[in-house]
Design a protein around this ligand. Structure first.
Ligand SMILES: Cc1ncc(COP(=O)(O)O)c(C=O)c1O
Length: 387
């Protein structure tokens, strides 16, 4: 079966894991700190706090930034559920900004208008979460400008874009956003099985997320109200067990060494798809802004099903018979029953994201995918839709 995404594990990853299993520390040990140092080196951050998932990273970020009831956090509806759920975990209110039709990231023209209109009616906007969707960075210069102008916190949900570049820099994320969250789920650019991280240059934020990942406990002398001895700890506020293990961290360090090669291969595959589809009128391949080097976590292909005799469901069924399993990323989050019922969102609220959803299919893309498999997938799609 050819699926849309898959991990790439080699012998060096396996050896790194075995070393940990033969050692003294399975959790909260030196491999975790080493992974965090490696992440700082690669992404240019001062602090990296590795956690158990990308969702945990988003949750802790919202808590550490102090989101609370009556705060509004703005994001785009084209994302995984976790981005938006992290807002409600902190009792804040999510609101959406439609996507830019070319980059599929948050549309800055709509964003500024929305900030102005919400402020006019006395709403308390606290933060913006930009999603580097599919591996295409947002307009971060513009987002930073607006965040400064309106005094808003700025978060980068960077789960899709590890190894992407913005203004030629792969260290871009932490230089624009106050906090950057990543996921190391198996379909992502690098994997730790499950895992995630919060990257930041803000020391206070880092101290908070570090404490919250470990039940809210601290042994840091500067944070204690008293000190009964070396065993002594305090809990200024309750946190969670969102720790990552040493064996996951060792896998992460090993994978990170290969991130540039992984991204290179993803770009090769995307280029191959671009060549195979670009001559077809009813199909749109991803558009890449000239400030951006795309990391292609996803390859979103847009098909004008309305003008075809076949719908998306039939295309998926027929591809599955050919052992090709595609995905759709994503059903816009405002359409989820929970968000419709509890926040009053409805079809028609964010037409660009909804139109994208009707047309999008995510093609297989991962480093181990062979050139022949790429051609096979493209040929089958073109044959089935018969254009
Ligand atoms: C954009 C985005 N945000 C957050 C997450 C959550 O990450 P995790 O699955 O590691 O919890 C994902 C993972 O799919 C994602 O794609």
């Amino acid at each position: 079966m050819i699926s849309y995404g898959k991990q790439t594990i080699d012998n060096s990853d396996i050896e790194a894991l075995i070393n940990i299993l033969n050692g003294d520390w399975l959790s909260s040990g030196p491999a975790v700190s080493k992974f965090e140092d490696d992440l700082n080196n690669y992404f240019g951050s001062n602090s990296a706090c590795a956690v158990s998932s990308g969702t945990a990273a988003l949750h802790l970020t919202g808590m550490a930034l102090g989101w609370e009831e009556n705060d509004i956090v703005l994001t785009s509806p084209l994302t995984f559920l976790a981005t938006v759920n992290s807002i409600i975990y902190s009792n804040a209110t999510p609101d959406f900004i439609d996507i830019d039709p070319a980059s599929f990231t948050i549309d800055l023209n709509i964003l500024e208008k929305k900030i102005i209109s919400l402020r006019k009616v006395g709403k308390n906007i606290k933060a913006i979460i930009g999603i580097d969707f599919a591996g295409h960075p947002c307009n971060w210069e513009g987002l930073r400008f607006l965040a400064d102008k309106y005094e808003l916190q700025l978060v980068n949900d960077n789960c899709h874009a590890m190894g992407a570049k913005y203004c030629s820099k792969k260290e871009y994320a932490v230089s624009f956003a106050d906090a950057v969250t990543q996921s190391y789920h198996p379909v992502k650019h690098i994997t730790t099985g499950e895992g995630g991280c919060i990257l930041t240059n803000n020391q206070v934020l880092d101290e908070k997320v570090r404490r919250l990942r470990n039940h809210g406990m601290t042994k840091d002398k500067n944070q204690l109200t008293k000190n009964d001895g070396q065993w002594y700890y305090e809990m200024p506020e309750p946190g969670f067990n969102y720790r990552i293990t040493d064996f996951q961290s060792a896998l992460g360090s090993s994978q990170l060494k290969k991130l540039d090669d992984f991204v290179k291969r993803r770009i090769e595959i995307a280029t191959q798809y671009n060549d195979l589809f670009s001559h077809l009128e009813l199909i749109s391949t991803p558009i890449v802004d000239n400030k951006v080097s795309h990391a292609y976590h996803l390859y979103p292909l847009l098909i004008d099903f309305q003008k075809l005799k076949i719908n998306k469901k039939t295309l998926f069924d027929k591809l599955l018979k050919n052992k090709i399993s595609l995905q759709v990323h994503y059903i816009p989050v405002h359409l989820q029953p929970y968000y419709q019922t509890n926040f009053g969102f409805k079809y028609g609220d964010f037409p660009v994201a909804e139109d994208y959803y009707f047309r999008e299919i995510s093609l297989p893309i991962y480093p181990k995918l062979l050139d022949d498999e790429v051609s096979f997938v493209a040929k089958k799609i073109i044959d089935i839709i018969n254009i």
